[in-house]
Design a protein around this ligand. Sequence first.
Ligand SMILES: *[C@@H]1O[C@H](CO)[C@@H](O)[C@H](O)[C@H]1NC(C)=O
Ligand SMILES: *[C@@H]1O[C@H](CO)[C@@H](O)[C@H](O)[C@H]1NC(C)=O
Ligand SMILES: *[C@@H]1O[C@H](CO)[C@@H](O)[C@H](O)[C@H]1NC(C)=O
Ligand SMILES: *[C@@H]1O[C@H](CO)[C@@H](O)[C@H](O)[C@H]1NC(C)=O
Ligand SMILES: *[C@@H]1O[C@H](CO)[C@@H](O)[C@H](O)[C@H]1NC(C)=O
Ligand SMILES: *[C@@H]1O[C@H](CO)[C@@H](O)[C@H](O)[C@H]1NC(C)=O
Ligand SMILES: *[C@@H]1O[C@H](CO)[C@@H](O)[C@H](O)[C@H]1NC(C)=O
Ligand SMILES: *[C@@H]1O[C@H](CO)[C@@H](O)[C@H](O)[C@H]1NC(C)=O
Ligand SMILES: *[C@@H]1O[C@H](CO)[C@@H](O)[C@H](O)[C@H]1NC(C)=O
Ligand SMILES: *[C@@H]1O[C@H](CO)[C@@H](O)[C@H](O)[C@H]1NC(C)=O
Ligand SMILES: *[C@@H]1O[C@H](CO)[C@@H](O)[C@H](O)[C@H]1NC(C)=O
Ligand SMILES: *[C@@H]1O[C@H](CO)[C@@H](O)[C@H](O)[C@H]1NC(C)=O
Length: 843
Amino acid sequence: MFLFYFFFSNHRSWLYNERVSFIYVNLTSFLNIMAKSFHLFMLILLLHVLEYGLANKFSSLSHADECTLLFQFKENMPINKYASVDSDAYLKVASWNFNTSDGAINGCLWDGVECRFGHVIGLDLSSSFLYGPIDSNNSLFSLVHLRTLNLADNHFRFSQIPSGIGRLSQLANLNLSYSAFNGEVPKQISQLGNLVSLDLTRNWDGLKLHSSDFQVLVQKSSKTLRELHLSEVKIDSTIPASIGNLAHLNILDLSSCGFTGTLPASLNNLTQLTVLDLSGNKFSGPIQPSIGNLTHLKMLDLSRCVSTGSLPSLESFSNLTYLSLSENIFDRWKLPDWFGKLNKITYLNLDDVNLNQLKGSFPSSLLNSQNLESFYLNDNNVTVNFYPFLSLKKLKYLNLNGNNITFPVMGGRTNETQAKFKYLSLRSCDLKDFPELIRFQNQLEYLYLDNNKIEGVIPKWMWNISKGTLDLSNNMLHGSIPVPPPTTKYFSLSNNMLTGEIPSTICELLSLKFLDFSFNNITGSIPPCLEKLSHSMVVLNLRSNTLHGTIPNIFTNGSRLQMIDLSENKLQGHVPRSLEKCESLMILDLGYNFIEDMFPFWLGALSELQVLILRFNRFHGTITIRSKIKVNFPKLHIIDLSYNSFCGDLPHQYFQAWSAMKETKVNARRGYYQVAIQMTNKGVKMEYVEIINIFSAVDLSSNRFRGKIPESIKTLSGLQVLNLSNNELSDVIPPSMGNLIRLESLDLSSNKLPGVIPQDLVQLNFLEVLNLSNNKLIGPIPQGRHFDTFSNDSFMGNALCGYPLSMKCGDSKASNSPKVSFEEDNESDFPNGIDWVVILIVL
Ligand SMILES: *[C@@H]1O[C@H](CO)[C@@H](O)[C@H](O)[C@H]1NC(C)=O
Ligand SMILES: *[C@@H]1O[C@H](CO)[C@@H](O)[C@H](O)[C@H]1NC(C)=O
Ligand SMILES: *[C@@H]1O[C@H](CO)[C@@H](O)[C@H](O)[C@H]1NC(C)=O
Ligand SMILES: *[C@@H]1O[C@H](CO)[C@@H](O)[C@H](O)[C@H]1NC(C)=O
Ligand SMILES: *[C@@H]1O[C@H](CO)[C@@H](O)[C@H](O)[C@H]1NC(C)=O
Ligand SMILES: *[C@@H]1O[C@H](CO)[C@@H](O)[C@H](O)[C@H]1NC(C)=O
Ligand SMILES: *[C@@H]1O[C@H](CO)[C@@H](O)[C@H](O)[C@H]1NC(C)=O
Ligand SMILES: *[C@@H]1O[C@H](CO)[C@@H](O)[C@H](O)[C@H]1NC(C)=O
Ligand SMILES: *[C@@H]1O[C@H](CO)[C@@H](O)[C@H](O)[C@H]1NC(C)=O
Ligand SMILES: *[C@@H]1O[C@H](CO)[C@@H](O)[C@H](O)[C@H]1NC(C)=O
Ligand SMILES: *[C@@H]1O[C@H](CO)[C@@H](O)[C@H](O)[C@H]1NC(C)=O
Ligand SMILES: *[C@@H]1O[C@H](CO)[C@@H](O)[C@H](O)[C@H]1NC(C)=O
């Protein structure tokens, strides 16, 4: 996230500079022409002074109608009141009021309104919580003198851009970015003949611009257009050759527009360009050498857009500061020497560019780039000497994941010459040791050395260098758990071979949000002093160690914990009642321990809890709702109580209470960190990608539940996995289970279920795993749909007949009938039962 932001902040500052220089040029040339007549010149000068100095403060609208139009706009425009709670943006239009006390109605003084000569010429309503569609007959479009209209960063609820905008024929600057507009961009926008700057970027990928309209746009505004920002507007064609007509264009952002075909040669006519972003399109041809004509470029982003050819020389770009070529499939290449000539470059991204070999002792060609601040070389699988990077004094962000890094033994150089990194990532670099060369880094906020083969004990100097984030997971570290500096926020030692106890000094890390010691061989008990971290910690993961003793009462009021995983240890005793204070808790996994307790019904009050895993412990007793708890697991969608000694009836009251499992659509939330919990297999995965599906599962298997499967189970209509196997259920399968239409896996095996298999189960269209074996079922197996795809194993150990069993059902036609035609979904990637689920944790 941080890097993402970094990119944008750079980008923005260029835009700003461009705008300023443009105004300057424009005004000067204008005055030059006019200065032919001295009087005229003086007059013009006076007018400009008036305009710039006095315009807004002292002019009032000569046409009161414009004021009324503005007010009508305000009246008709819904505002999202709720969004304003903790945001920098504010409700501009809310301050628009007729103030008749001084007898004047002056809309020019209203927030965001700019006037000149009594007309509204500018309206900046960006970030103003506007919420809702704008109709094409909106009074806004009667403000025909408007030259600037900025509605960016609002929420228009996926409505279309109103075509009424075409009436604003004077518009020079139109900004509708980040505003949740959707659908086809009205052709009226292309007709605006005075556009200087157009920004339609990032409307949630929802805008489409007809390619013919794009052509018209380019044609109509070829004389005026300086900035064209169309990122994420789907255009779905090739870039038209006519784009070469935009002779004055400074900024062109066509990223992720869905362009195909080859890059038109005419693009290289745009010699005034300073910013060019073509990333995320799918061009079929190579980048033409003539791109070198764009000598004024300061920023060039060609990431994710070519799959063939070689990179032409960019050495003529002497002012280039930002270059991204990431994720292109160039023909195998070597880093050319001309990179060294880009001596103004501050940001260079060469992630995954199919580099063959780094010429000479890389990055010698970059050694001239003393301005380099960020360098990315991920996933090229090349051998890189780390040493030269240290002489790039401004280098702060260095990312070399997925390469073979060599660290020559330090020579006579002192730390004086060293770059001081803020961010260093050497993930998956096949490292065998801690690199001594980073020993004198003392400004590191992020250090990633995970997924290497680092062996042995963590050297003491490591604790002098890492200040915020330290990830050493997936190595082969031995020894006891060290304690990082008190400023540490993120600390992962997961998947190593660490031993000994958790030192109580860990409780001094008062900024710690993320603590992951999972998959080691840590012994002893959980230190009670962790209570001190209750207010900072978001993730506590101690899974798969050898911890014993009881779980201490470390959870306090105001706890921010969202995930607690203590599974696969040797913990005993009760579930500590203090857990009920973790009001933000989303995931609780206590599986595979020796916990001896009744069902912790009081956890039902945790209104954020989504996943509860108590698998393989010594829980016992019946499960009933206690009336004193007001809410009962409202967001729970995964519960695994298997391999315990729960008894009595199935918890039918809970089946009615678990409302999240009744939803057939689940919205995922966005976040920076995601945890994937494996339910049936061992292991925790951390994913850094966005995954939308959230599974819904109930596993009550291998307990001692008796009696019947309650009718109320049918209310869990969002359920994807249900496992009730290995219990003592002894009543007929309720036909209403056919309502669980999202079920993908159903296991009722090893019970004492009598009667017939209800025909209704044939409705379960998504069912891929079915196990009804070892019950007392009788009669014919229902036929059709998915039931024809199950094998003998699904039905064995009963007194059933019909396909797929060899036992025929008397004279029933079922057994001999040809298989009902059913397109089997061979692409299913759903193996036996559910494997893992993704929950988003926002750190
Ligand atoms: C704009 O048009 C809509 C229907 O398209 C109508 O309901 C609404 O009253 C009109 N508003 C004005 C201000 O004319
Ligand atoms: C459009 O508005 C957004 C939000 O205020 C801003 O970030 C962006 O730079 C503007 N675009 C142009 C071209 O000025
Ligand atoms: C590109 O520039 C060349 C020479 O400057 C000119 O002949 C050609 O017409 C231009 N192409 C376009 C599409 O503007
Ligand atoms: C553009 O570059 C090509 C090849 O690099 C060159 O032949 C051509 O003269 C250049 N055109 C202009 C207008 O500079
Ligand atoms: C590079 O930038 C400098 C300073 O802004 C400017 O004077 C010069 O003309 C630029 N060079 C090119 C090739 O654009
Ligand atoms: C990286 O290179 C090594 C040695 O050249 C090779 O064995 C390995 O398969 C490569 N890995 C990838 C992901 O290309
Ligand atoms: C990594 O680089 C070193 C030094 O050049 C070399 O000996 C080794 O074979 C390389 N390893 C791989 C996997 O390419
Ligand atoms: C170099 O290291 C010494 C001791 O480790 C330290 O006192 C000094 O400030 C460092 N110099 C720089 C420029 O970081
Ligand atoms: C850690 O830093 C302190 C103070 O700069 C220094 O005295 C100590 O020697 C360093 N420890 C190691 C192991 O480098
Ligand atoms: C964990 O440590 C115990 C004793 O400390 C040892 O017996 C056991 O083999 C270790 N387990 C692993 C997986 O290293
Ligand atoms: C924690 O919160 C509960 C209920 O909100 C309150 O009764 C209790 O006194 C609080 N405890 C502390 C230590 O603040
Ligand atoms: C249901 O749970 C049992 C253990 O209680 C397990 O053996 C079985 O594989 C599970 N069924 C499915 C389909 O995952």
